[in-house]
Design a protein around this ligand. Structure first.
Ligand code: ADP
Ligand code: MG
Length: 718
């Protein structure tokens, strides 16, 4: 009898177990049984050779069409070439110096599975020394048995562990499997009509028909959704179980004063979310909330109102930005919005005024000392800085609330570090804001430890942004037109950004034959001496000293520069309403959401914005499709959905970034929104009743089986 948590060595022998562990990271019965078939070949159905990707390890079902053997010219030895076909296309299998071993079995007309890495040899697809298993190979009774089944599972395989070996291992394990208990509470199985775990596992590996397979997949997909959501429910629970200090609204305080002088009406969304935040902030458990909203949707004012509620209670609020440029910009715009109620200590300040203090790593020693003093003494009600101020040993008088702007650069460790920064071992309330709209499934999965609020409505009077792809490989003349447009905008008294992927001060690397991405320093110089000569150009990038950055940004804001050539340091938060045009060079080097962020810098005033995406990539490539998506809509939510579709799913939750195998094999962020949402609700219910899952020991094991612990962390970092 074998159980899910058993090691494979005693069951399969050391050699097989080692191969599985080494190449597929499969160690236990559960690992093996959760290594699901990638697809199922139906008897007699051949694999479409046209769909094979070069460089991939593939398993194809094909028929032998031609067998030739000849001595190799350049080397001693012989070459056995076996051409296999799916009926339309051909694939050549080359066996080097193995003719004697293989020529007996590889006979024209026979079919079988062939596995190996796809390469190209003289314009033909080839498998070099593939592993294979012929389906009418009567010498091997186990193979016979496999192929008597109607549906032949094809597993993700690896060199040395072909799919038919996995079939045998799985069968061996299933023969002795005894799943004692189903970890899923019976009421959930009943509610959703799910198959039991043992049935599901048997049926996904050896389905009798498609209906049985569908049932099995439905159940096992649910396991994955539950595992992830239970982890998040536990995280949310442990985060909100900490004590926090409540900050109930104070009548006649700074918030009321601020609301009275607001020059515009809050949108309905801003009001609604404002109420939610006000309630959260007055509670005695920490708020952990993600606020997502389009670039320009007015998140800052929402955050500022929340900060004022906390300041009114005598505590401090910190606002963290990903870069120093942004931090100083935030400090400036908060001060502007507050007017005399933010000028404590200055001439003309209101009576109960507070103070906004900027605190960055590269401030001058004297300035920084004053900022630290204001922070520790409590003179500053609002402290603005980069993420570093949370890791640093900066002391606060009483930190009650932290606003993190631009979530996507803020990882889980940083979020955790925050939780211990409140006074007297309380946790501050936390609001993370992102301008990158995320599809609901991603929000529930990647930011699953946070409650999510969305600002979907834009304030009135926002100008549209027209985006155009400029394909310079196909239409080189368009580039001149780009610089003409920039000149025209400047002629009308407006300003422009030119964004490049690289700074250009790094040592030249001669790796690879691909042209390096265009650089700020090169492009600026070229334009200054060429197409844009006569205009006032400035340069901004992350490696400039921070006072220089500040000077440039101020000059641009004040209209003393016409054109700012920059890296993505301007991606977030920079607000210069007079800037109407943006040219993004090598636009294909940026992600969809990054492009969307970038163009949000224009169209902030009363004049429509213009965004030109310059690229050398060719029409028909996925990269161009991504650019076309950015061109087609300015609705960030719609765009994030299209982006999700254009990306391979693996890039979102797969193994590509972590290098580890993904815990989620069946669950799809694209198609399984319903499953994820249901699992989230059920997990929340279970964890609310029983945070440690004491009454559900099986669930805790299941979480570990489905999502290993590194993986769980990784989920948050994406
Ligand atoms: P976000 O941070 O979400 O990108 P901001 O908070 O910077 O957006 O807001 C962009 C601009 O819109 C700011 O100049 C802000 O003052 C203005 N704004 C915010 N809310 C409103 C509103 N309800 N009506 C009009 N203008 C608004
Ligand atoms: Mg903002």
């Amino acid at each position: 009898m074998s159980a899910l948590r058993d090691e494979l060595t005693p069951l399969l022998g050391a050699k097989t177990a080692k191969a599985l562990a080494g190449s597929l990271d499969i160690h236990t019965v559960s690992d093996l049984l959760r290594h699901y078939p990638r697809r199922y070949a139906e008897r007699g159905e051949l694999t479409d050779i046209a769909g094979l990707e070069i460089g991939e390890h593939v398993t194809v079902m094909a028929r032998i069409e031609k067998v030739t053997s000849r001595p190799m010219k350049a080397r001693y030895g012989n070459l056995l070439e076996v051409v296999i076909t799916d009926g339309r296309r051909r694939l050549s299998c080359a066996f080097f110096n193995q003719a004697a071993k293989h020529s007996k079995g590889l006979v024209i007309g026979k079919s079988g599975l062939f596995a190996g890495k796809v390469t190209v040899f003289r314009d033909n697809l080839q498998l070099a020394n593939p592993e294979y298993e012929l389906i009418d190979d009567e010498a091997d009774p186990s193979a016979m048995e496999t192929f008597l089944a109607e549906m032949i599972p094809v597993y993700p395989a690896a060199q040395g562990v072909p799919t038919w070996s996995i079939v045998k291992c799985v069968r061996q394990v299933l023969d002795t499997l005894d799943v004692v208990e189903d970890p899923m509470p019976p009421e959930l199985l009943k509610r959703y009509g799910f198959a039991g775990l043992e049935d599901a596992m048997r049926n996904i590996h050896r389905p009798a028909d498609w209906a049985q397979l569908e049932n099995a997949r439905k159940r096992l997909k649910w396991d994955e959704a539950m595992a992830v959501q239970l982890i998040f429910a536990q995280r949310r629970h442990s985060a909100i179980s900490r004590p926090a200090v409540g900050n109930p609204h104070k009548d006649g305080g700074l918030l009321d004063a601020f609301d009275k002088r607001l020059p515009f009406e809050l949108t309905a969304g801003q009001r609604e979310i404002g109420d939610v935040l006000a309630r959260d902030l007055s509670g005695t458990h920490p708020m952990n909330r993600l606020l997502q909203g389009e670039v320009g949707s007015g998140k800052t004012v929402v955050a500022l109102r929340a900060m004022l509620q906390v300041v009114d209670s005598g505590r401090q609020a910190a606002m963290l930005a990903p870069t120093e440029v942004l931090a100083s910009q935030h400090a400036r715009s908060l001060r502007e919005m507050l007017g005399d109620i933010g000028q404590a200590g200055e001439l003309g300040a209101a009576d109960n005024a507070t103070k906004v203090t900027l605190l960055t790593g590269s401030m001058g020693a004297k300035e920084r000392k004053q900022a630290l003093l204001d922070t520790v003494s409590g003179a500053a009600g609002i402290i603005v800085g980069t993420h570093a101020i949370i890791q640093d040993t900066v002391s606060f008088a009483e930190l009650g609330f932290v606003v993190v702007d631009e979530q996507h650069r803020f990882g889980v460790e940083q979020r955790d570090a925050l939780r211990s920064r409140g006074a007297d071992s309380t946790s501050p309330h936390v609001l993370v804001m992102t301008a990158t709209p995320i599809p609901r499934t991603v929000a529930m999965t990647v930011y699953g430890d946070l409650e999510v609020s969305s600002l979907r409505e834009m304030p009135v009077g926002r100008s549209p942004i027209a985006t155009t792809v400029v394909p310079v490989a196909e239409k080189p003349a368009w580039l001149d037109r780009v610089w003409q447009r920039v000149t025209e905008e400047v002629g009308k008294g407006h300003q422009a950004y030119i964004v490049c992927p690289r700074i250009g001060d790094e040592p030249a690397s001669d790796k690879g034959d691909k042209r390096p991405p265009l650089a700020v320093l090169d492009v600026a110089q070229e334009l200054e001496n060429g197409a844009l000569s006569g205009l006032r150009l400035g340069i901004l990038h992350g490696r400039m000293p921070s006072d220089e950055k500040d000077t440039v940004m101020r000059a641009f804001t004040a209209g003393k520069l016409d054109v700012l050539v920059a890296t993505t340091v301007i991606e977030v938060g920079v607000n210069v309403p007079n800037a109407t045009a943006m040219v993004i060079m090598d636009a294909d080097r940026f992600g969809v959401s990054q492009l969307h962020q970038l163009r949000g810098r224009v169209g902030r005033g009363s004049v429509p914005g213009l965004c030109l995406l310059v690229t050398e990539t060719l029409d028909g490539t996925t990269t161009r499709e991504r650019l076309a998506a950015v061109e087609s809509t300015t609705d960030g939510f719609e765009l994030s959905r299209m982006d999700l579709e254009l990306r391979r799913e693996g890039d979102i939750l797969g193994s590509t970034q972590s290098g580890k195998k993904s815990g989620l094999k069946l669950l799809s962020l694209l198609r399984d929104e319903e499953v994820i949402a249901e699992a989230r609700e059920r997990s929340q219910e279970i964890v609310t009743k029983d945070p440690a899952l004491a009454a559900y020991p099986g669930l805790a094991h299941m979480i570990a089986d489905v999502v290993d612990s590194d993986r769980a962390e990784y989920l948050e970092k994406t």
